[in-house]
Write a protein that binds this ligand. Sequence first.
Ligand SMILES: [Zn+2]
Length: 125
Amino acid sequence: MKFINETKRILLERKKSILASLDALPIDMHQRDQHVGDSIDKSKAQVDQAEASDLRLRENQDLRSVESALSRIEAGTYELCEECEETIPRGRLTVKPTATRCVECQEDFEKFNTPPKPKRTLLDN
Ligand SMILES: [Zn+2]
């Protein structure tokens, strides 16, 4: 139980810092008057906006995985792999508290979700 409590504390801290950095990001430019500012300022603003929305996207993804880990703690399924329902080793959860799969299932998942590398043939040599 100590492990779970500690993990929960870490996840809550992480959630707090994600929310704080989302808060610090500039407001969505689409909501503003597009005619304000000269063209140089505007193009710089657009770059900043692109970076900000990229960051916002990543922060939101992080937030979702933290929140799902927290709800799995509440449900008592935190340490179970969502694929094979085996216990995820605590060493793995310590390194990656938002992990939802055991190492084996995660590897399978990544293999399935990344395009296969081109196979080397004898002709390459
Ligand atoms: Zn598994």
